[in-house]
Design a protein around this ligand. Structure first.
Ligand code: SF4
Length: 479
């Protein structure tokens, strides 16, 4: 969603409402597309950051749940820009010039100079936005289905040039068509902020009432027959009124038995009943800006992990040199960052030696330069006392048990060996400090148990089980 200001009912019924439903079934990524806003509004950015906050507020107020979905601001995840650069290298200009909105927008905004690379290239930024997360589906309204087609073409082209051991990097995403009920603006044109004809998600009840009462309708005389399909108030009933009220106004309008004043008066409570909880959540969150900042940070970190996992493969496939990621020929990394157990591990004399071989293999293949400190403990290249504990364990009865002797580490890496493969979980400092807290009473050594589950891996902390799947192969630069 572009941050052009507070969201209106058109944005809500056309997209947001559908996303809120999807989050019950899908693991969704929803973001405020602030770089996209620059493609047309590059010369007026005074309200850009405020608008991004407003849209994030609307996201959460409308029911997007930061626990269920990943909510973030595009420019907080730099990988979007990086993948855009890679795509811009391989996409023929003709593909971009024939995107219908390239010409349409230029016609719609005649006073604006849109002869900018950013504007021409925005479909590639969009392709990067989508493909970074390698989604199964992109939720779009029918009118935007064509936009996703270009993304699919870009994915095919990238895959035709680059792959990892013959495996494509970007699966082509499918379409998840979300219903986009028709909703006219209060002046009967398309609802748009620039026309001044929209009802905002944040409008107070009295403002909503005022806007509905002043809406333009088609029946100047009571005896005129109307059509709720072509009336902004009729549209509101179709979306927000219950079946009985809708049947009542549809009949009244088409057969000229109710007045528009009556019909509007009935639309007001329907709309306000729907907006009231949204308004309340918005007001509450606006009073606690710290909470919103936490939501954005959490979302950006989660999105970055997923995006970085994709970029590790994309960079490698393209053939870019990554310092610290030069792999030993004995270690074969599979897409997804899974390492194979080196054959020398079979000859290990004891468990300790076996763990050392596994750990060394991971350190060599990791996306960071780590200097050994003590067994199992490494220091990141930039030093500054940042310590990384790397521990390996083999699977026994669907469980891995790690024993840690050394507590003052910032990042914990658990290497769960399953047959021939090493699955790594890079746990950030915040997570690690929780581990220490939970185990404070356990004395000198700390035992951590990881359990295989249908959804991935679970870490056992006290009597709690915490999913840690999202940390799998998270090769973020270790600070
Ligand atoms: Fe619109 Fe209602 Fe009037 Fe029909 S009766 S034209 S739906 S306001």
């Amino acid at each position: 969603m572009r941050p052009t200001g507070q969201l209106h009912l058109g944005n809500y019924v056309g997209a947001l409402q559908g996303w809120v439903k999807l989050q019950e079934t899908y693991d969704g990524f929803f973001f405020v597309a602030d770089w996209h806003a620059l493609t047309t509004d590059y010369d007026n950015t005074a309200r850009l950051s405020d608008n991004s906050l407003e849209v994030m507020l609307d996201f959460v107020a409308a029911g997007l749940d930061p626990e269920k979905s990943t909510l973030f601001v595009q420019s907080h995840v730099l990988q979007h820009a990086e993948l855009h650069v890679l795509f811009s290298m391989i996409t023929p200009l003709g593909w971009l010039e024939r995107v219908p909105s390239f010409k349409e927008q230029q016609q719609n905004l005649p006073g604006k100079d849109l002869h900018m690379y950013g504007f021409l290239g925005y479909p590639l930024l969009q392709a990067a936005d989508i493909l970074l997360y390698r989604p199964a589906f992109v939720p779009v309204g029918e009118d935007q289905a064509a936009h996703v087609e270009l993304t699919r073409e870009v994915a095919r082209r990238f895959n035709s040039f680059y792959s990892l051991k013959g495996k494509p990097i970007f699966p082509e995403p499918g379409l998840l068509l979300t219903p986009t009920p028709k909703l006219l603006g209060t002046d009967k044109r398309k609802m748009s902020k620039s026309y001044g004809n929209s009802i905002l998600l944040s409008d107070e009840a009295a403002v909503v009432e005022e806007k509905i009462k002043n809406s333009v309708t088609d029946r100047p005389k009571l005896t005129d027959h109307g059509d709720p399909d072509r009336c902004p108030v009729g549209n509101l009933h179709q979306i927000f009124s219950g079946p009985e009220r809708l049947a009542h106004i549809t009949q009244g309008c088409t057969q000229a038995t109710i007045t528009c004043v009556e019909c509007k008066a009935l639309a007001v409570p329907s709309v306000n009943a729907h907006l009231s909880p949204i308004r309340e959540r918005r007001r509450d969150l606006a009073q606690h800006p710290g909470r919103l900042i936490e939501i954005m940070k959490h979302g950006a970190a989660k999105a970055t992990r997923a995006a970085e996992a994709t970029m590790v493969e994309a960079r490698e496939a393209v053939g870019l040199l990554r310092i610290g990621a030069v792999k030993d020929s004995a270690i074969t990394a599979e897409p997804g960052g899974v390492l194979r157990v080196p054959s020398s591990a079979k000859e290990a004399a004891n468990l300790q030696e076996w763990a050392q071989i596994i750990t060394a293999a991971w350190v060599k293949g990791a996306n960071a330069i780590l200097k050994p400190d003590r067994p199992g403990i490494f220091i990141t290249r930039n030093g500054r006392g940042s310590k990384v504990g790397v521990h390996a364990a083999a699977e026994k009865n669907k469980k891995w048990e790690f024993t840690l002797e050394d507590r003052p580490i910032q990042t914990l890496v658990l290497l769960a060996v399953d047959g021939e493969r090493i699955h790594d979980y890079v746990l950030p400092p915040k997570f690690v400090s929780n581990v220490w807290k939970q185990f404070e009473r356990d004395g000198a050594s700390v035992r951590i148990r990881m359990i295989r589950s249908v959804a991935g891996a679970l870490l056992e902390l006290g009597n709690k089980q915490i999913p840690i799947q999202e940390y799998a192969s998270a090769y973020l630069p270790l600070q």
